[in-house]
Design a protein around this ligand. Structure first.
Ligand code: SAM
Length: 559
């Protein structure tokens, strides 16, 4: 350390009130030897002591074709190999020999991050590094030396890309969240660290590495902050499996919503993510309808655009959050048997990271559940006040102000129960129609076995639509059926390829449902046209949802 201090002084760095030391855990850091006042310069570093990719390329022009990161890493290795002959030797000598970032984790350590965003991200990052380093730099076996760097932009504002650089002295300060400290590039070609608050003699002097998530801190510096207020969970929307993927991507681009990566934080879900999901869960009729509205510039995708769509959007999002959460639970036994100090430090950081991810996902889930309750209550209210649905059941001019109802829920279990009750009141479901219509339920029980009733929910609801359309006046969903029955023209043409499929289904069902012993339908009621009609209505109006017993159900939104 003395050699490093001497090197700094000799080359014009100043740090009159700073002492290098170690904390109780043995971690190096900087301490005040005298009181430091706000706006006082803590340290200055001549810019020519920084090690940037530009400097690396200047010294070793053969590095030109390499990426900035690889050029910097190679330069460091080169200087390290030079040993005492290197100008930077006193600095390189005090750099930590190992920084336990996930890039250097063992297989067991890596398994602690299994299923997290970081677990996936590190693998692909490692692969890229391996490729680059294998191909170009046989002498560099890993890049751990350049972890713990800071952005080059600080000293080269024209360098708009984020590239790392090494700042001797400045990088001896540890990070503290929201520490008041300023980095200034002075015209005398020096970097200054200026205090933002008073520090007493003996206190550790902290730097502020920026508002970083635990993911960024763990990858960049090998540590995490418990309850980090700047933490986020990255959500990548995957649309590739959607049969209308291309059409939806085009639509999203016309709505300026092409970015599929989002960051959710504690108690914060980006509006754009919800808007994007509204497009992703659109069925064919909704997509056609809203594309037309977009052409007329009268769509506001930032607000709910229909009850079915909103319920489907919230259900899809909550399933995504639950899936992400599920992999993070029940992992405590994985941390049993930790022996070394290194492992326990890594395990501690992995746990902090995972706990943060869990907390954010759980808070997002609570927000989504509260929105579900709000939308369900609004839908029920509308149906109670006999709102007349509008064809094609997509734009109900619903007016929901989520913000005015922004309740925060700590325990989401009562919400899930309330949601189940509300869904039960609102939707047309198998359970409900079998309960309220004895004739229908008797016929269905004769046609389908118990297991089939469960697995053929969609077919049974399609049959119910035909069945109930005979008794509109008496129907609990009279207003819905009055409008639905008129639905005949649009997007039948989309069904051309489906006609074949529906004809087969018709031929299969016809003898069963028109069987005089079962008496679900008279022969003239159950026609192929009726089956096409009810299939259309079902596809336009249905949602799937998971109930409190974690079972998937279909429901028709009669609004
Ligand atoms: C720029 S260096 C700071 C000086 C370093 N502690 C040393 O001994 O040279 C960054 C490294 O310090 C450690 N570090 C800095 N701030 C920390 C914090 N708040 N908690 C835990 N480790 C921290 C991490 O290992 C990080 O990779």
């Amino acid at each position: 350390m003395d050699e490093f201090v001497h090197w700094l002084h000799e080359n014009g760095a100043t740090f009159p009130k700073v002492r290098f030391g170690k904390d109780e855990s043995g971690m190096g850091g900087c301490y005040a030897v005298q009181p430091i006042h706000p706006n006082e310069i803590i340290a200055t570093l001549p810019l020519n002591l920084t090690i940037s990719h530009k400097l690396a390329r200047e010294y070793l022009p053969i590095l030109a074709p390499l990426s900035c990161r690889a050029a910097l890493a190679t330069f460091l290795v080169h200087e390290r190999l030079l040993g005492k002959l290197s100008f930077y030797h006193p600095y390189i000598n005090i750099l930590p020999k190992h920084i336990p970032t996930p890039l250097t984790y063992t297989e067991r350590e890596m398994s602690w991050l299994r299923g997290t965003n970081l677990g996936y991200g590190i693998e692909s990052r490692k692969e890229l590094l391996r490729k680059e380093f294998d191909e170009i730099l046989e002498i560099v076996s890993n890049d751990e030396l350049i972890n713990g760097c800071f952005p080059n932009k600080l000293i080269d504002p024209d360098d708009t890309e984020v590239k790392e650089a090494l700042f001797p002295l400045i990088d001896s300060f540890n990070h503290k969240h929201r520490q008041k400290i300023t980095w200034e590039v002075h015209e005398r070609n020096e970097l200054r660290l200026v205090a933002g608050n008073y520090m007493d003699s003996g206190q550790q002097i902290y730097n502020n590495y920026g508002a970083k998530s635990n993911e960024e801190l763990l990858v960049g510096y090998g540590f995490c902050i418990p309850n980090n207020p700047d933490d986020w969970v990255v959500i990548k929307v995957n649309i590739s499996q959607d049969p209308q993927c291309d059409e939806k991507l085009d639509f999203l681009s016309s709505l300026e919503l092409s970015e599929l990566t989002h960051f959710i934080k504690r108690d914060y879900i980006p509006l754009k993510l919800l808007s994007q999901l509204r497009v992703l869960v659109m069925n064919s009729a909704e997509l056609i309808h809203f594309k037309k509205l977009q052409e007329l510039q009268c769509i506001n995708i930032n607000e709910p655009i229909g009850y079915r769509n909103e319920l489907a959007m919230l259900e899809t999002f909550s399933n995504l959050l639950k899936m992400k959460l599920e992999v993070l639970y029940g992992r405590d036994e994985e941390f049993i048997g930790i022996s070394s100090a290194r492992e326990s430090e890594i395990a501690r950081n992995c746990k902090i990271y995972i706990d943060g991810q869990k907390e954010i996902l759980t808070s997002a889930l609570a927000i989504i559940h509260s929105k579900e309750l709000i939308i369900l209550k609004a839908a029920l209210n509308d149906s109670k006040f006999t709102r007349i649905p509008t064809l094609p059941f997509v734009c109900n001019n619903i007016n929901i102000d989520y913000n005015s109802n922004n309740t925060s829920f700590n325990d989401i279990n009562p919400i899930i129960l309330a949601k189940d009750d509300l869904l039960d009141l609102l939707l047309i479901t198998i359970d409900k129609v079998m309960k309220i219509d004895k004739k229908f339920s008797k016929a269905i029980n004769e046609i389908f076995s118990e297991e089939l009733i469960d697995s053929e929910q969609d077919t049974i609801l399609i049959l119910y639509l035909i069945y109930e359309s005979q008794y509109i006046e008496k129907s609990e969903w009279k207003l819905f059926f009055e409008v639905a029955i008129k639905y005949d023209d649009f997007y039948i043409q989309e069904y051309e390829e489906k006609i074949q499929e529906l004809t087969e289904l018709y031929n299969e069902l016809q003898p069963l449902v028109c069987n005089p012993d079962v008496k679900l339908f008279d022969k003239d009621v159950f026609s192929i046209d009726k089956l096409i009609w009810s299939t259309c209505i079902f596809e336009i109006c249905s949602v799937t949802f998971t109930n409190k017993n974690k079972k998937q159900h279909f429901g028709i939104v009669p609004l």
